[in-house]
Write a protein that binds this ligand. Structure first.
Ligand SMILES: O=P(O)(O)O[C@H]1O[C@H](CO)[C@@H](O)[C@H]1O
Ligand SMILES: O=c1cc[nH]c(=O)[nH]1
Length: 319
Protein backbone atom coordinates (compact mmCIF):
# COMPACT_ATOMS: atom_id res chain seq x y z
CA UNK A 1 0.00 0.00 0.00
CA UNK A 2 1.49 3.42 -0.88
CA UNK A 3 2.59 5.40 2.18
CA UNK A 4 0.12 8.22 1.62
CA UNK A 5 -2.90 5.88 1.62
CA UNK A 6 -1.56 4.11 4.66
CA UNK A 7 -1.28 7.47 6.39
CA UNK A 8 -4.85 8.41 5.53
CA UNK A 9 -6.13 5.14 6.92
CA UNK A 10 -4.07 5.52 10.07
CA UNK A 11 -5.40 9.07 10.31
CA UNK A 12 -8.90 7.67 10.12
CA UNK A 13 -8.40 5.63 13.24
CA UNK A 14 -7.53 8.64 15.42
CA UNK A 15 -11.17 9.61 15.81
CA UNK A 16 -10.99 13.05 14.27
CA UNK A 17 -11.45 11.84 10.70
CA UNK A 18 -14.36 9.67 11.70
CA UNK A 19 -16.42 12.73 12.55
CA UNK A 20 -19.47 12.60 10.28
CA UNK A 21 -20.74 15.70 8.55
CA UNK A 22 -24.28 14.48 8.10
CA UNK A 23 -25.72 17.87 7.32
CA UNK A 24 -29.31 16.74 7.68
CA UNK A 25 -29.54 14.58 4.56
CA UNK A 26 -30.44 10.92 4.30
CA UNK A 27 -28.21 8.09 3.24
CA UNK A 28 -27.52 9.11 -0.37
CA UNK A 29 -24.85 7.41 -2.42
CA UNK A 30 -22.85 9.21 -5.09
CA UNK A 31 -24.62 8.03 -8.25
CA UNK A 32 -23.14 6.92 -11.53
CA UNK A 33 -25.34 5.99 -14.48
CA UNK A 34 -23.28 3.76 -16.75
CA UNK A 35 -24.13 0.07 -17.25
CA UNK A 36 -20.69 -0.56 -18.78
CA UNK A 37 -18.97 0.14 -15.47
CA UNK A 38 -20.62 -2.91 -13.89
CA UNK A 39 -18.83 -5.36 -16.21
CA UNK A 40 -15.44 -3.76 -15.58
CA UNK A 41 -13.02 -5.60 -13.27
CA UNK A 42 -10.98 -2.51 -12.52
CA UNK A 43 -11.24 1.18 -13.41
CA UNK A 44 -8.19 3.44 -13.64
CA UNK A 45 -8.95 7.07 -12.80
CA UNK A 46 -6.30 8.30 -15.19
CA UNK A 47 -6.14 11.99 -14.19
CA UNK A 48 -5.65 11.08 -10.52
CA UNK A 49 -3.56 7.95 -11.14
CA UNK A 50 -5.82 6.01 -8.76
CA UNK A 51 -7.39 2.57 -9.43
CA UNK A 52 -10.73 1.24 -8.27
CA UNK A 53 -8.87 -1.80 -6.92
CA UNK A 54 -6.33 0.36 -5.13
CA UNK A 55 -4.25 -1.48 -2.54
CA UNK A 56 -5.61 -0.35 0.80
CA UNK A 57 -9.09 0.02 -0.64
CA UNK A 58 -10.97 3.11 -1.79
CA UNK A 59 -13.64 2.53 0.84
CA UNK A 60 -11.10 2.68 3.64
CA UNK A 61 -9.44 5.79 2.18
CA UNK A 62 -12.43 7.75 0.89
CA UNK A 63 -15.57 6.12 2.34
CA UNK A 64 -15.84 8.84 5.02
CA UNK A 65 -15.82 11.79 2.57
CA UNK A 66 -18.71 14.24 3.10
CA UNK A 67 -17.48 17.37 1.32
CA UNK A 68 -15.50 18.03 -1.84
CA UNK A 69 -14.19 21.60 -2.04
CA UNK A 70 -12.93 22.57 -5.46
CA UNK A 71 -11.55 25.50 -7.42
CA UNK A 72 -9.28 26.02 -10.40
CA UNK A 73 -5.74 26.48 -9.16
CA UNK A 74 -3.71 23.62 -7.61
CA UNK A 75 -1.64 25.90 -5.36
CA UNK A 76 -4.75 27.68 -4.10
CA UNK A 77 -6.44 24.39 -3.23
CA UNK A 78 -3.30 23.13 -1.48
CA UNK A 79 -3.22 26.36 0.54
CA UNK A 80 -6.91 25.95 1.45
CA UNK A 81 -6.31 22.36 2.59
CA UNK A 82 -3.39 23.46 4.77
CA UNK A 83 -5.34 26.36 6.25
CA UNK A 84 -8.32 24.14 6.98
CA UNK A 85 -6.02 21.66 8.67
CA UNK A 86 -4.81 24.54 10.89
CA UNK A 87 -8.36 25.88 11.48
CA UNK A 88 -9.94 22.52 12.28
CA UNK A 89 -7.11 20.44 13.72
CA UNK A 90 -8.03 17.62 11.33
CA UNK A 91 -5.08 15.69 9.91
CA UNK A 92 -3.87 16.74 6.45
CA UNK A 93 -2.93 14.11 3.87
CA UNK A 94 -0.17 14.33 1.33
CA UNK A 95 -1.22 15.02 -2.23
CA UNK A 96 -3.28 11.88 -2.97
CA UNK A 97 -3.27 12.46 -6.73
CA UNK A 98 -0.47 10.66 -8.55
CA UNK A 99 -0.93 12.71 -11.71
CA UNK A 100 0.16 16.29 -12.28
CA UNK A 101 -3.23 17.23 -13.75
CA UNK A 102 -5.05 17.63 -10.46
CA UNK A 103 -4.05 17.77 -6.81
CA UNK A 104 -6.10 16.13 -4.07
CA UNK A 105 -5.74 16.68 -0.33
CA UNK A 106 -7.83 15.18 2.45
CA UNK A 107 -8.57 16.70 5.86
CA UNK A 108 -10.77 14.14 7.63
CA UNK A 109 -14.05 13.91 5.71
CA UNK A 110 -13.20 16.81 3.38
CA UNK A 111 -11.42 16.58 0.03
CA UNK A 112 -9.70 19.58 -1.59
CA UNK A 113 -9.26 19.10 -5.35
CA UNK A 114 -8.42 21.61 -8.08
CA UNK A 115 -10.28 21.53 -11.38
CA UNK A 116 -8.28 23.67 -13.82
CA UNK A 117 -9.94 26.32 -16.00
CA UNK A 118 -13.20 25.82 -17.85
CA UNK A 119 -15.85 23.11 -17.98
CA UNK A 120 -13.85 20.61 -20.09
CA UNK A 121 -11.09 20.42 -17.49
CA UNK A 122 -13.48 20.50 -14.54
CA UNK A 123 -15.71 17.79 -16.00
CA UNK A 124 -12.78 15.34 -16.13
CA UNK A 125 -12.07 16.01 -12.46
CA UNK A 126 -15.76 15.69 -11.54
CA UNK A 127 -16.31 12.43 -13.45
CA UNK A 128 -13.29 10.81 -11.80
CA UNK A 129 -14.17 12.15 -8.34
CA UNK A 130 -17.76 10.98 -8.70
CA UNK A 131 -16.57 7.48 -9.67
CA UNK A 132 -13.98 7.49 -6.87
CA UNK A 133 -16.60 8.35 -4.23
CA UNK A 134 -19.11 5.92 -5.75
CA UNK A 135 -16.59 3.06 -5.55
CA UNK A 136 -15.65 4.19 -2.03
CA UNK A 137 -19.32 3.96 -1.01
CA UNK A 138 -19.26 7.54 0.30
CA UNK A 139 -22.69 8.81 1.38
CA UNK A 140 -24.34 12.26 1.66
CA UNK A 141 -21.57 14.10 -0.10
CA UNK A 142 -21.71 17.83 -0.95
CA UNK A 143 -19.57 19.53 -3.58
CA UNK A 144 -18.72 23.22 -3.27
CA UNK A 145 -16.89 25.29 -5.87
CA UNK A 146 -15.00 28.09 -4.10
CA UNK A 147 -13.56 30.40 -6.70
CA UNK A 148 -13.09 33.76 -8.35
CA UNK A 149 -15.23 35.57 -10.89
CA UNK A 150 -15.90 38.82 -12.69
CA UNK A 151 -18.68 40.72 -10.93
CA UNK A 152 -21.50 42.49 -12.77
CA UNK A 153 -22.71 45.56 -10.88
CA UNK A 154 -21.17 44.40 -7.60
CA UNK A 155 -18.25 45.90 -5.68
CA UNK A 156 -14.92 44.09 -6.06
CA UNK A 157 -14.42 41.69 -3.15
CA UNK A 158 -18.10 40.75 -2.93
CA UNK A 159 -18.69 37.01 -2.68
CA UNK A 160 -21.49 35.84 -4.96
CA UNK A 161 -23.43 32.81 -3.83
CA UNK A 162 -24.86 31.45 -7.09
CA UNK A 163 -28.59 30.86 -7.03
CA UNK A 164 -28.46 29.46 -10.55
CA UNK A 165 -26.00 28.95 -13.41
CA UNK A 166 -26.70 29.98 -16.99
CA UNK A 167 -24.92 29.22 -20.26
CA UNK A 168 -24.04 31.69 -23.04
CA UNK A 169 -27.59 31.36 -24.40
CA UNK A 170 -28.83 32.50 -20.96
CA UNK A 171 -30.49 29.15 -20.21
CA UNK A 172 -30.02 27.27 -16.93
CA UNK A 173 -28.55 24.36 -18.89
CA UNK A 174 -25.20 22.72 -19.42
CA UNK A 175 -24.60 22.10 -23.12
CA UNK A 176 -22.73 19.01 -24.30
CA UNK A 177 -22.01 17.67 -27.78
CA UNK A 178 -22.62 13.91 -27.89
CA UNK A 179 -22.95 11.69 -30.95
CA UNK A 180 -22.99 14.76 -33.21
CA UNK A 181 -25.92 16.27 -31.29
CA UNK A 182 -26.42 19.08 -28.83
CA UNK A 183 -27.49 17.69 -25.46
CA UNK A 184 -28.78 20.11 -22.82
CA UNK A 185 -28.83 19.13 -19.15
CA UNK A 186 -30.47 21.01 -16.28
CA UNK A 187 -28.02 23.01 -14.21
CA UNK A 188 -29.33 22.70 -10.64
CA UNK A 189 -27.69 23.83 -7.41
CA UNK A 190 -28.80 22.96 -3.88
CA UNK A 191 -30.88 25.79 -2.40
CA UNK A 192 -30.37 24.85 1.25
CA UNK A 193 -26.62 24.59 0.94
CA UNK A 194 -26.53 27.93 -0.93
CA UNK A 195 -28.65 29.59 1.77
CA UNK A 196 -26.46 28.16 4.54
CA UNK A 197 -23.33 29.50 2.88
CA UNK A 198 -24.97 32.90 2.34
CA UNK A 199 -25.91 33.04 6.04
CA UNK A 200 -22.39 32.03 7.08
CA UNK A 201 -20.89 34.81 4.93
CA UNK A 202 -23.30 37.36 6.45
CA UNK A 203 -22.43 36.24 9.98
CA UNK A 204 -18.72 36.63 9.21
CA UNK A 205 -19.32 40.16 7.91
CA UNK A 206 -18.00 39.24 4.46
CA UNK A 207 -19.64 41.30 1.66
CA UNK A 208 -21.98 38.83 -0.01
CA UNK A 209 -24.71 38.82 -2.64
CA UNK A 210 -26.81 36.19 -4.37
CA UNK A 211 -27.38 35.96 -8.08
CA UNK A 212 -27.22 34.02 -11.30
CA UNK A 213 -23.78 33.12 -12.57
CA UNK A 214 -23.01 33.15 -16.28
CA UNK A 215 -20.74 30.26 -17.25
CA UNK A 216 -18.68 31.47 -20.21
CA UNK A 217 -16.63 29.26 -22.51
CA UNK A 218 -13.73 31.68 -22.42
CA UNK A 219 -12.38 34.61 -20.45
CA UNK A 220 -12.41 37.20 -23.24
CA UNK A 221 -15.06 37.26 -26.01
CA UNK A 222 -17.39 34.95 -24.07
CA UNK A 223 -17.38 37.52 -21.23
CA UNK A 224 -17.51 40.46 -23.67
CA UNK A 225 -14.15 41.90 -22.70
CA UNK A 226 -12.70 44.67 -24.80
CA UNK A 227 -9.09 43.65 -24.04
CA UNK A 228 -8.76 40.29 -25.82
CA UNK A 229 -6.69 39.53 -28.91
CA UNK A 230 -9.92 39.66 -30.91
CA UNK A 231 -12.92 41.93 -30.52
CA UNK A 232 -15.59 42.26 -33.20
CA UNK A 233 -18.23 44.01 -31.07
CA UNK A 234 -18.37 47.57 -29.79
CA UNK A 235 -18.06 49.00 -26.31
CA UNK A 236 -21.80 49.81 -26.52
CA UNK A 237 -22.54 46.15 -27.33
CA UNK A 238 -20.57 45.14 -24.26
CA UNK A 239 -22.35 47.50 -21.89
CA UNK A 240 -25.80 46.69 -23.35
CA UNK A 241 -25.13 43.01 -22.73
CA UNK A 242 -23.79 43.51 -19.20
CA UNK A 243 -26.77 45.71 -18.30
CA UNK A 244 -29.15 43.14 -19.75
CA UNK A 245 -27.47 40.41 -17.68
CA UNK A 246 -27.70 42.54 -14.54
CA UNK A 247 -31.40 43.22 -15.16
CA UNK A 248 -32.18 39.47 -15.27
CA UNK A 249 -30.32 38.86 -12.01
CA UNK A 250 -26.85 37.82 -13.23
CA UNK A 251 -24.16 38.96 -10.80
CA UNK A 252 -20.99 37.31 -12.08
CA UNK A 253 -19.11 35.53 -14.88
CA UNK A 254 -16.95 32.49 -14.42
CA UNK A 255 -16.22 29.39 -16.48
CA UNK A 256 -17.44 26.22 -14.77
CA UNK A 257 -20.83 26.77 -13.14
CA UNK A 258 -23.29 25.11 -15.56
CA UNK A 259 -21.12 21.99 -15.88
CA UNK A 260 -20.66 21.87 -12.12
CA UNK A 261 -24.39 22.31 -11.42
CA UNK A 262 -25.51 19.69 -13.95
CA UNK A 263 -22.92 17.06 -13.08
CA UNK A 264 -23.39 17.29 -9.32
CA UNK A 265 -27.15 17.10 -9.88
CA UNK A 266 -26.81 13.98 -12.09
CA UNK A 267 -24.61 12.36 -9.44
CA UNK A 268 -27.32 13.00 -6.82
CA UNK A 269 -25.02 15.12 -4.68
CA UNK A 270 -25.68 18.61 -3.38
CA UNK A 271 -23.75 21.38 -5.10
CA UNK A 272 -23.08 25.06 -4.35
CA UNK A 273 -20.88 27.73 -5.88
CA UNK A 274 -19.40 30.71 -4.05
CA UNK A 275 -17.06 32.97 -6.01
CA UNK A 276 -15.51 36.27 -5.06
CA UNK A 277 -15.79 39.07 -7.65
CA UNK A 278 -12.28 40.27 -8.50
CA UNK A 279 -13.63 43.35 -10.29
CA UNK A 280 -16.86 45.02 -11.35
CA UNK A 281 -17.06 44.47 -15.10
CA UNK A 282 -19.15 47.65 -15.45
CA UNK A 283 -15.95 49.51 -14.48
CA UNK A 284 -13.41 47.66 -16.61
CA UNK A 285 -12.01 44.42 -17.95
CA UNK A 286 -8.46 44.10 -16.64
CA UNK A 287 -7.83 42.12 -13.48
CA UNK A 288 -5.03 44.33 -12.23
CA UNK A 289 -5.47 44.24 -8.46
CA UNK A 290 -2.28 43.94 -6.41
CA UNK A 291 -1.12 40.68 -4.87
CA UNK A 292 -2.22 41.37 -1.31
CA UNK A 293 -5.68 42.48 -2.42
CA UNK A 294 -5.98 39.36 -4.62
CA UNK A 295 -5.00 37.21 -1.66
CA UNK A 296 -7.50 38.93 0.64
CA UNK A 297 -10.24 38.35 -1.97
CA UNK A 298 -9.39 34.68 -2.68
CA UNK A 299 -9.46 34.03 1.08
CA UNK A 300 -13.09 35.16 1.39
CA UNK A 301 -14.76 32.08 -0.14
CA UNK A 302 -12.36 29.93 1.90
CA UNK A 303 -13.23 31.71 5.16
CA UNK A 304 -16.90 31.05 4.46
CA UNK A 305 -16.51 27.35 3.71
CA UNK A 306 -14.06 26.86 6.57
CA UNK A 307 -16.46 28.43 9.10
CA UNK A 308 -19.38 26.46 7.68
CA UNK A 309 -17.55 23.13 7.80
CA UNK A 310 -16.27 23.78 11.31
CA UNK A 311 -19.81 24.58 12.47
CA UNK A 312 -20.96 21.22 11.08
CA UNK A 313 -18.08 19.42 12.73
CA UNK A 314 -18.92 21.07 16.07
CA UNK A 315 -22.62 20.19 15.68
CA UNK A 316 -21.75 16.56 15.02
CA UNK A 317 -19.25 16.35 17.85
CA UNK A 318 -21.65 18.00 20.30
CA UNK A 319 -24.81 16.45 19.26
O1 LIG B 1 -12.67 30.05 -9.60
P1 LIG B 1 -11.42 30.01 -10.32
O2 LIG B 1 -10.76 28.70 -10.24
O3 LIG B 1 -10.49 31.13 -9.94
O4 LIG B 1 -11.81 30.16 -11.88
C1 LIG B 1 -12.19 31.34 -12.51
O5 LIG B 1 -11.03 31.97 -12.98
C2 LIG B 1 -10.64 31.36 -14.22
C3 LIG B 1 -10.27 32.45 -15.20
O6 LIG B 1 -9.29 33.29 -14.68
C4 LIG B 1 -11.85 30.54 -14.71
O7 LIG B 1 -11.61 29.16 -14.59
C5 LIG B 1 -12.94 31.05 -13.79
O8 LIG B 1 -14.01 30.19 -13.58
O1 LIG C 1 -13.53 38.32 -14.89
C1 LIG C 1 -13.32 37.18 -14.47
C2 LIG C 1 -12.56 36.96 -13.31
C3 LIG C 1 -12.34 35.66 -12.92
N1 LIG C 1 -12.85 34.64 -13.66
C4 LIG C 1 -13.57 34.86 -14.79
O2 LIG C 1 -14.00 33.91 -15.44
N2 LIG C 1 -13.80 36.12 -15.14
Amino acid sequence: MPAQYDEIMNGASNGATNVMLQNGSTDHIVKVNNPYLQGQEDDFLYHFGISKNEAGGLKECFGDVKFVCTGGSPSRLKMYAELFHNDSGLPLSENLSRSDRFCMYKTGPILWINHGMGVPSMSIMLVETIKLLHYADAKDVCFVRIGTSGGIGVAPGTVIVSNGAINGLLEQKHIQFIKGNIVKRDAILDKTLCNDLYETASQLGIPVDRGLTLCADDFYEGQMRLDGAFCEYSSDDKFDFLRKLHSIGVRNFEMESTGFASMTHRAGVRGAIICVALLNRLNGDQVSIDKSCYHEYEMRPFRIISAYLRSLLTENING
